[in-house]
Ligand binder design. Structure first.
Ligand code: ATP
Ligand code: MG
Length: 402
């Protein structure tokens, strides 16, 4: 089978070919060029071109006008999407977040100069040659996050870039150039102008990535969290910068829980903070659940409580949690055994589905279904009921009679 990265890359080159044949210039640009040079997996392809958005839309059969004002058209080809953006410059960042104006330009180099970091400001043309006016390749080789132009100025234009610098640096295991670190210190108060949703998005990507510990260290050493638009709970800003090693923990929500608990936040404070970062309700409750789990583990807990918690949070989370040894878990080894002995660790593993229950009991589906499924799952997990359809259905009938 063909390497998926190769076929994505050549599909990008085909799009370049179409643009060039129509008399425009065009380049693969940004993250995909960086990731390919680093030998990392490509996740998407961005294309920059001299063609104006309406010209791009005429040239390709299937397009979506994603951000016409900023020159971006999404091109759909062979089941893939490509963001095709007209070369542009940006002017006036009066809100430290979004340019007041963009202007289309004709030279790829002008377009590259508006980009944040040298490693993100490289392009590759149809001939395969690298366009690298700011020394991005050398910075990739030395492992350095360096801004295009004056770091402090670039962070002043768009304060989100400070978080991006930390995210890319931590993710790639790079160092931050001294000018980048100084720029962050000089402009940290500008972070107030960035919406909490974007702050949450960046920090979350750092936590889910390959360098969560370094990311948290840099965040706290720089004092950036003190400048969030919404002030985080006081205990987050105090104490140890990296209380627990996060990298060995697999799951991003577990990393969050371990980190926030390590910082000394209560479950309520954790909920408040995750809300500030605009996490989804589902994730907030999962992270809070894990924190609760930890709170239970600190005390003497029973097998019944353990089983209930595993069903709430999931076996993978329980396992990771035990492995990461957050909190002083006196029952750790017992719990490992309990987990191994559970015939079922998730409601979804039941041999009966909600609609079958509703049909068998001749009742309209509603919230009662989830409650009943959970009750059955608890019985199966405890070894009191076998996970087979007839047994489950008759247990369900009995439960409804009670
Ligand atoms: P990844 O998607 O892996 O996070 P990426 O480099 O593709 O990395 P995107 O956020 O998708 O990052 O942005 C694509 C490109 O747009 C970047 O490589 C960079 O050149 C430019 N860019 C994105 N955000 C900014 C910003 N805030 N300031 C300046 N340039 C930016
Ligand atoms: Mg990208």
């Amino acid at each position: 089978m063909k390497d998926p990265d190769e076929s994505l890359w050549s599909a990008g080159l085909e799009i370049l070919g179409r643009l060039v044949d129509a008399g425009h210039t065009a380049f693969l640009v940004g993250g995909c060029v960086r990731d390919r040079l680093m030998g990392r997996r490509l996740h998407d392809i961005d294309i920059a071109t001299s063609a104006l958005p309406e010209q791009v839309m005429e040239l390709f059969e299937r397009t979506v006008p994603t951000g016409l004002k900023h020159g971006t058209v999404t091109v759909l080809e062979k089941g893939r999407t490509f963001e095709v953006t007209t070369y542009r410059r940006e002017f006036g960042y009066s809100d430290a977040r979004r340019p007041d104006q963009v202007a289309f330009v004709t030279d790829i180099r002008d377009d590259l100069s508006r980009r944040d970091f040298t490693i993100n400001a490289m392009a590759v043309g149809l001939d395969g040659k690298l366009v690298d006016p700011f020394g991005g390749k050398a910075d990739l080789e030395s492992g350095t996050i360096e801004c295009v132009g004056d770091a402090s100025e670039r962070f002043g234009e768009d304060a989100l870039r400070m978080l991006r610098a930390i995210r890319f640096g931590a993710e790639f295991g790079f160092r931050l150039a001294p000018s980048v670190w100084q720029g962050i210190l000089a402009q940290s108060s500008r972070l107030k102008q960035v919406a909490m949703e974007r702050v949450g998005g960046e920090w979350d990507r750092m936590m889910a990535g390959s360098g969560p510990d370094q990311a948290c260290r840099w965040l706290f050493e720089s004092g950036l969290p003190e400048h969030f638009r919404e002030c985080p709970p006081a205990s987050l800003l105090r104490g140890d910068t990296a209380p627990v090693a996060l990298a060995p923990i697999q799951d991003a929500d577990l990393r969050w829980a371990a980190f926030l608990i390590g910082k000394g936040l209560s479950v309520d404070e954790i909920t408040v903070f995750c809300r500030q970062l605009r996490f989804s309700g589902r994730r907030i409750s999962r992270i809070a659940n894990i924190a609760e789990f930890n709170a239970r583990l600190r005390h003497d807990f029973t097998r019944e409580q353990w089983i209930g918690t595993v069903l709430d949070i999931g076996a993978a989370a329980a396992h990771d949690w035990l492995v990461s040894c957050v909190g002083q878990v006196s029952k750790n080894s017992e719990a490992v055994q309990w987990l191994a002995d559970m015939p079922l660790t998730a409601v979804s593993q039941l041999a009966v589905k909600g609609d079958e229950l509703a049909a068998r009991l001749d009742r309209t589906p509603g919230p009662w279904v989830a409650a009943l499924l959970r009750r059955l799952a608890v019985q199966v997990a405890r070894g009191q009921l076998s996970n087979e359809k007839p047994a489950l259905l008759s247990a369900a009938e009995q439960a409804m009679r009670e």
